[in-house]
Write a protein that binds this ligand. Structure first.
Ligand code: G3H
Ligand code: 13P
Ligand code: ZN
Length: 337
């Protein structure tokens, strides 16, 4: 099966009432972990690469890893997505390289930190929508900004400073024509999201429900949605790591989101924690080891386990065979109409 548009994956998820995890990749082991989890659980999948990932792996390596996934897992619908494109140029280069979906994150300026104006956001997102839709490629936009700057994306703070306004979200979708919309409801990127289990005061699920009521046909996206499980933190700390106590987004809140229009759930940190814990364990327990395969194999296995768990929890498991891919040329035709 060729790469499919993210739009098709999300449309199908909406029909089936489930969510789809979007997992970040930077290297071969991470792509392998995701694809093995997808095969095991029979899940459609969204693989995403940040600008940092593209710089780290180099575009051509990533491109060929993506082709390998398509070739080796023909039964799995795969969308390849640019995570947090910081400018039209970043998104256009991803589309030209063969990505089937891009996020134009115009909620922040090009530096990925400074909140932008509504007008700027509409202008850059619209520009990307025109380029992408002409080629059948999906576009995710963002309105409101996440908290934290731990991994270089976000406006800092707690995430409550720039929550998404439902009216503005509706206006944004109308003016830009985006296929999916990332919203800010109090989450942040990285491991340090909440200093205790989130409540309605810190994680604004009521806001999400309001947004969904206002724009019921729009696919919503939850960023910063790692759950940061205590077990994964414990492994790291048990083997010499120094993570401070922290809380992520509980799975049951994500599931509530899925009941209320969330179709894409971004998860990176949980996989980072799983891999690092597994690597620490090997190096701590067997300090004589020096073959990278001795720790990368358990790391890949640990990530696969987390991804497979999320695929079941989000409901995408079992849906890989539900549909035939719509070619991007056909998607482009539909956008023209
Ligand atoms: O958006 C954040 C993702 O976790 C990607 O992070 O920019 O460090 O690759 P990154
Ligand atoms: P986490 O840091 O919670 O995994 O979020 C990842 C993300 O939103 C990528 O865009
Ligand atoms: Zn994000």
């Amino acid at each position: 099966m060729p790469l499919v548009s993210m739009r098709q994956i999300l449309d199908e998820a909406a029909k089936g009432g489930y969510g789809v995890g979007a997992f970040n990749v930077n290297n071969m082991e991470q792509i392998q972990a995701i694809m093995e989890a997808a095969r095991e659980t029979k899940s459609p999948v969204i693989i995403q690469a940040s600008r940092g990932a593209r710089a780290y792996a180099q575009d051509r390596y990533l491109y060929h890893l993506m082709l390998a996934a398509v070739e080796l897992y023909p039964e799995i619908p795969i969308a390849m997505h640019q995570d947090h494109g910081n400018s039209p140029q970043t998104c256009i280069s991803a589309i030209d390289m063969g990505f089937t979906s891009v996020m134009m994150d115009g909620s922040l300026m090009e530096d990925g930190k400074t909140p932008s104006t509504f007008e700027y956001n509409v202008r850059v997102t619209r520009e990307v929508v025109e380029y992408a839709h002409a080629r059948g490629v999906t576009v995710e936009g963002e309105i409101g900004t996440l908290g934290g700057i731990e991994d270089g994306h976000g406006a800092g703070g707690t995430g409550l400073e720039h929550l998404t306004d439902p009216e503005q979200a509706a206006e944004f979708v109308k003016l830009t024509g985006v296929d999916a919309l990332a919203i800010a409801i109090g989450t942040s990127h990285g491991a340090y999201k909440f200093s205790k289990k989130p409540t309605g005061e810190t994680l604004k699920m009521d806001r999400l429900i309001e947004i969904h009521k206002r724009i019921p046909d729009v696919h919503l996206v939850m960023h910063g949605s790692s759950s940061v499980p205590k077990e994964l933190q414990d492994v790291i700390n048990q083997y010499g790591g120094k993570l401070k106590p922290t809380w992520g987004v509980p799975i049951e809140e994500i599931q509530l989101g899925i009941k209320n229009g969330v179709r894409k759930i971004n998860v990176d940190t949980d996989n980072r924690l799983a891999m690092t814990g597994a690597i620490r364990k090997v190096l701590f327990e067997q300090p004589e080891k020096f073959d990278p395969r001795d720790y990368l194999k358990p790391a890949r296995e640990a990530m696969k386990k987390v991804v497979a768990e999320r695929m079941v929890q989000f409901g995408q498991a079992g849906h890989a065979g539900d549909y035939e891919p719509i070619p991007l040329s056909e998607m482009a035709k539909r956008y023209r109409q």
